[in-house]
Design a protein around this ligand. Structure first.
Ligand SMILES: Nc1ncnc2c1ncn2[C@@H]1O[C@H](COP(=O)(O)OP(=O)(O)OP(=O)(O)O)[C@@H](O)[C@H]1O
Ligand SMILES: [Mg+2]
Length: 248
């Protein structure tokens, strides 16, 4: 296992990932750590193997999106846990797509638990810990200088396309894509590109038959088998040969 900290400069240490500089100026290495947090960072733990699982799941889903014409940060997995990615100038938005009403949406609005949302809801939150990631509307986003109307329209259109591609792919694997959070950034040409991760930390996945939780809600709820659940999900999404290759 390589440890990036010895050779590469750390650009940013987040709650669950680190971003290191790479050999090329326009590329970074995203390192998926085993740390897990919930509730605005209040609940914390370290789950051995989580970073490996999340890097494999994210890589697989980025590959599927690339094959379907979505621009993503993904270049390749260098080793389990370390993803070579395009360096992006991140837009401080958490772009959330919801197919089923659950979680924080129910605390804020009178939706029914597990109510189908068709068409899906796209919600944008301001990615800002100091302000606790408040929900935005377009006018506030534009007034803050976060994005233009054209950029917001483009981000919405890409997110809906991603929702379709991933929902179909995951359905074949026996997984219901309930909701997910994306982050976008701009590449050196100013093009909007999907960054960050698509993992059980940032999405809700339910077993399509049993509706069993296969994501970070297991941690939020205090279950003691969170890592088993992450490994189960990884086995459903990533081919066995790839899991073996990357040494989980
Ligand atoms: N391709 C990329 N280029 C540059 N920065 C990126 C790229 N992809 C993701 N990032 C940024 O790297 C950081 C990843 O950190 P991480 O997800 O662990 O924590 P966080 O975003 O600070 O906190 P949290 O997501 O838990 O609120 C984020 O700030 C994210 O916006
Ligand atoms: Mg993050």
């Amino acid at each position: 296992m390589i440890t990036m900290s010895d050779s590469k400069k750390l650009i940013y240490a987040g709650k669950a990932k680190d971003v290191y500089e790479s050999k090329k100026e326009d590329e970074v290495i995203v390192s998926f750590r085993d740390d897990i947090t919930a509730g605005d960072g209040e609940k914390k733990d370290n789950l051995q193997g989580k970073g490996h699982c999340n890097s494999l799941i994210s890589s697989k889903l980025f590959e599927i999106l690339e094959k379907n014409g979505i621009d993503t940060q993904y270049i390749k997995l260098i080793s389990s846990g370390f993803m070579l990615s395009k360096k992006l100038d991140m837009i401080p938005l958490e772009v959330i797509a919801r197919n089923i009403a659950t979680g924080s949406l129910l605390k804020r609005f009178p939706f029914k638990e597990s109510q189908k949302l068709n068409p899906p809801i796209i919600q944008m939150d301001y990615k800002n810990d100091e302000y606790h990631d408040p929900m935005l509307n377009d006018e506030i986003t534009i007034a803050l200088g976060i994005a233009t109307q054209e950029e917001l329209d483009e981000i919405r259109a890409i997110t809906l396309k991603i929702n379709k591609i991933l929902s179909e792919f995951l359905k074949e694997k026996g997984i219901l894509l309930v909701d997910f959070k994306l982050e976008f950034g701009k590449d050196k040409e100013g093009k909007i590109v999907l960054g960050d991760e698509i993992s059980p930390d940032t999405c809700r996945y339910w077993d399509i038959n049993t509706l069993e939780i296969l994501d970070k809600d297991s941690f939020r709820q205090g279950q003691d088998n969170v890592m088993d659940i992450y490994e189960q999900l990884c086995g459903m999404i990533v081919e066995e040969k790839d899991i073996k290759n990357w040494g989980i």
